[in-house]
Write a protein that binds this ligand. Structure first.
Ligand code: FES
Ligand SMILES: [Fe+2]
Length: 359
């Protein structure tokens, strides 16, 4: 049986084989096969300058891009000069155009080549190849995404989240904090733990008191999934979150949290107080950075319900995921089975990994 044989019938399926997490070859292959072909999070539109350099997955894909604004349009460009490959912009700035500090080549904010000294006698110059390449770029509400070589359009990855949350007012979400955690485990172990609520009663005692485990629900979409935790009390209920004036939250039960996962590594967690975005960034086969971005709409609810004390929940998850990292290295473990009732999200995630790795 190959590492990537995941039976589509969860009742018959075995989990991804441990080689996927331990063999460096798969870690290397996942850069091109999984991460370069999926949509990556670039941050929010708040406080953008005219030119904003970014690195897509630093110390992993390491792709330098530039979010640029020209006449109220946003572009995502390669941040590498088309002459001899110098990185163009190192710090965000409000300059009107781009000028390479190596030999003075100039571009406008849409990446169009403008001028180059000492090139008067060069033949067939300039051509489109001298413009800065545009990187596939996606915007959802105030969030920015890019993909190097996407397997499917942005809408296929984000459309379900857009659809399900159309009633939520994103304008009130304000930046509150950013924090990075480091987990000594493979990136996929961290994600697949997130994708099941099965462990909540065992691993997260305080969270388990805030949510109704019995009604915890998972929905699967082509490149994303949604877990919904319902609340035991209406006091910590997302329904009370501010809705767009013309729209109503379509849910009847009390919602403690929506956990949206965008394959392969983006988590958008909605709580009554706002949104926690968690980006899972591989560094080594056994080391992962988790970047938290916290956006708050209602501070008075920060300490209530499923969104209270997320740091405790994070550390509980890290401890268990690091324990799994140790376990999967040992020779008497290769793979396991899934609970059809509680591990649909993890099964779906493993199928997507298999699809991307073998396509
Ligand atoms: S590398 Fe940019 S002008 Fe030469
Ligand atoms: Fe957890």
């Amino acid at each position: 049986m190959s590492v990537f044989d995941i039976n589509p019938d969860i009742r018959q399926a075995h989990t991804l084989a441990s080689d996927f997490y331990t063999d460096e070859k798969y870690f290397e292959q996942s850069k091109e096969k999984i991460f370069a072909r999926s949509w990556q999070f670039l941050g929010t539109m708040d406080n953008l300058e005219n030119l904003n350099p970014q690195t897509i997955l630093e110390n992993f894909l390491d792709e330098p891009v530039l979010i640029s604004r020209l006449a109220n349009e946003l572009y995502c460009l390669s941040n590498v000069c088309t002459h001899r490959g110098n990185v163009l912009i190192e710090n965000a700035c409000n300059d009107d155009g781009i000028r390479c500090r190596y030999h003075g080549r100039r571009f406008d904010g849409s990446g169009k080549f403008l001028s180059m000294p000492e090139f008067e006698t060069v033949e067939n110059f300039p051509t489109e190849r001298d413009d800065l390449p545009r990187i596939p770029f996606g915007v959802w509400e105030k969030f920015l995404f890019a993909a190097i070589n996407p397997i499917a359009p942005f809408e296929n990855f984000i459309g379900e989240m857009r659809e399900q949350l159309h009633w939520l007012n994103f304008e009130h979400l304000k930046f509150a904090s950013a924090k990075d955690y480091f987990v000594r485990a493979h990136w996929a172990l961290y994600c697949e733990n997130y994708l099941e609520g099965f462990h909540v009663p065992f691993v997260h005692q305080s969270l388990n008191q805030a949510i109704d485990y019995g009604s915890y629900a998972s929905e699967l979409f082509p490149f994303s999934s949604l877990q919904t935790a319902f609340s035991k009390s209406s006091a910590d209920d997302i329904n009370a979150a501010e809705t767009k004036s013309s729209k109503q939250n379509p849910f009847e039960k009390n919602i403690a949290a929506f956990y949206f996962f965008i394959f392969p590594n983006l988590m958008f967690n909605f709580y009554p107080w706002g949104l926690s975005v968690n980006v899972v960034k591989p560094l080594k086969p056994d080391l992962t950075r988790i970047s938290y971005l916290t956006l708050v709409s209602d501070e008075s609810k920060l300490n209530q319900g499923a969104g209270a004390d997320l740091e405790t929940v994070e550390l509980e998850d890290q401890t268990i995921v690091e324990s799994v990292q140790k376990g999967i290295r040992w020779r008497f473990y290769s793979d396991g089975r899934y609970s059809p009732a509680r591990e649909q999200g993890t099964h779906h995630f493993h199928q997507l990994i298999a699809k991307f790795m073998t396509d």
